[in-house]
Write a protein that binds this ligand. Structure first.
Ligand code: NDP
Length: 457
């Protein structure tokens, strides 16, 4: 097959998979869909208790079959809603070039360059996520206020049937990307093959699969349909609280506001996002494809779902503490990311915390043997710890959970998951940086010894 495309294996990046990574991959492939089902079903059938279903299973009061039978199944209504949703996002992504950058000061949208890929390519991206988000939410508002085509609770009302639809898309897109990588890769030189089919399927082979010139799988699936939907899902939960109880709790408002800030930040900084690990280093497989379609919309919104079933009204002091934690976390997350971006964009010719930044000069060789130079900043948040942007993210995540009170562990799954995700990501990134920069990375870690929490980790 390689010969039929005029490619030799040397064009492609080969990698060995260790047993530990492979076990993790197989475990995730086998359990992640059931984890999502479990958390959503726990709310639907057990008022969001995660222990009750386990106790009933253990005592024989319930069986896996009886739980499965009680869960709502696939419906054509949900399929129509989801098809309309994904189609709208495709149209907004592909057919509506960004105009918001022309009138929003400080916003970078429109056609932007991505980072250089391992094979040396620089892809162009149409950055119009903020515009898509604004149009989608304007349509949602217009419907709720004037047109009444559908109820604002539509997402909540079809939540489990929608889970089946998102799974169909998640598996289809991952399988398509897998087959495409063998048959018609977008850039064969950027493909990463391992000797293991499960690893290839999950972690992806192609680096930047595209259809045509502009439909970029990573940018589309990472941001839309999942992240645009995030704020709408939360609004649907708030509408459901209003319908069921006649009021919306302050905890629900806090979750909507804090997660809304995070989502808007994502789209405001979509061009910056092209330089993050997801786009710069990860290949597109089930991890990103299924994860963006299913894991993200269902598990990142657990707090709002929980609050529909358990309407927690927080004391003023509790609500203020959540807001403070969430906003402080967001400030650290955004400022740390901004400092690194500014430092790299200006090649260190900028001011960080009112001073010229300090840094460590590094050298590294790319796959083609060329020598390059780079800088690792040791000022600002990057001088306090090596990944304070993750620490800020974790503080924000904890705030969403604490907004739900302390009645159940269900909404706390998010902080548990984010801690594993970001600690693993930190270790993975540092492993890559160590191989890339060698002794210069050692000089950096000597200068900034802690990863996430100064003095502790
Ligand atoms: P970072 O933005 O932290 O990028 C890490 C890279 O930055 C390194 O590989 C290295 O790249 C460079 N770098 C490391 N240290 C320095 C330094 N001191 N000075 C200059 N450059 C440095 O990682 P991510 O892309 O993972 O994260 C981006 C944001 O997205 C984070 O805030 C994270 O919290 C958030 N995030 C959120 C997720 C969610 O699900 N909510 C998931 C993933 C991320 P190089 O090779 O160029 O030197």
């Amino acid at each position: 097959m390689l010969e039929s495309q005029g490619l030799s294996p040397s064009h492609r990046f080969q990698m060995e998979v260790d047993w530990f990574s492979l076990s993790g991959v197989i475990l995730l492939l086998c359990t992640a869909p059931f984890q999502v089902f479990f958390f959503v079903m726990a709310c639907d059938q057990y008022q969001c208790s995660v222990t009750q279903p386990l106790v009933e299973l253990y005592s024989g009061e319930a069986t896996l079959g009886s739980i499965w039978d009680k869960a709502p199944s696939f419906t054509w209504t949900a399929a129509q809603i989801y098809t309309a949703w994904v189609s709208l996002q495709v149209v907004l992504y592909m057919c509506v070039p960004d105009i918001t950058h022309k009138f929003l000061p400080g916003y970078s949208g429109g056609v932007q360059d991505g980072a250089r890929t391992p094979a040396g390519l620089i892809n162009k991206y149409e950055i119009n996520g903020l515009q898509s988000w604004l149009i989608t939410h304007a349509l949602w508002y217009a419907n709720a206020k004037y047109f009444h085509w559908f109820s604002p609770t539509i997402i909540f009302d079809n939540w489990i049937p929608l889970l089946w639809c998102t799974n169909i898309l998640g598996y289809s897109v991952s399988t398509f990307a897998f087959i495409k990588a063998y048959l018609f890769p977008t850039n064969a030189e950027d493909c990463k093959f391992t000797g293991n089919v499960f690893y290839n399927y999950m972690m992806g082979i192609e680096f930047n699969p595209r259809i045509g010139k502009w439909f970029d799988f990573k940018l589309f699936f990472n941001g839309r349909p999942g992240i645009v939907a995030w704020t709408l899902i939360n609004l649907s939960y708030a509408a459901k609280q209003q319908e069921l109880y006649g009021y919306v709790t302050n905890s629900m408002i806090l979750v909507n506001v804090l997660q809304g800030i995070y989502v808007l930040d994502f789209f405001w900084n979509e061009a910056w996002y092209l330089k993050t690990i997801d786009i710069c280093h990860d290949h597109f497989g089930w991890y990103l494809g299924w994860g963006d379609c299913v894991w993200l919309p269902f598990l990142y919104t657990l707090q709002g779902l929980y609050l529909v079933y358990n309407p927690v009204q927080l004391s003023t002091a509790h609500a203020a503490a959540v807001l403070l934690l969430g906003l402080t976390g967001y400030y650290i997350f955004r400022s740390a990311n901004h400092q690194k971006d500014l430092f790299r964009r200006t090649d260190g010719k900028c001011s960080i915390w009112g001073k010229k930044p300090t840094f460590i000069e590094c050298a590294y060789r790319s796959a083609d043997g060329c020598l390059h130079h780079s800088k690792l900043m040791t000022s600002g948040f990057w001088g306090v710890a090596r990944h304070l942007n993750y620490t800020g993210d974790l503080m924000g995540s904890l705030a969403y959970c604490v907004a739900c009170g302390f009645g159940h562990i269900h909404p706390y799954f998010y902080i548990f998951y984010m801690t594993i995700l970001l600690v693993h990501r930190c270790v993975r990134d540092e492993h890559r940086c160590r191989s890339k920069y060698g002794k210069d990375w050692k000089r950096y870690t000597d200068a900034v010894p802690y990863r996430l929490l100064p003095g502790i980790f």
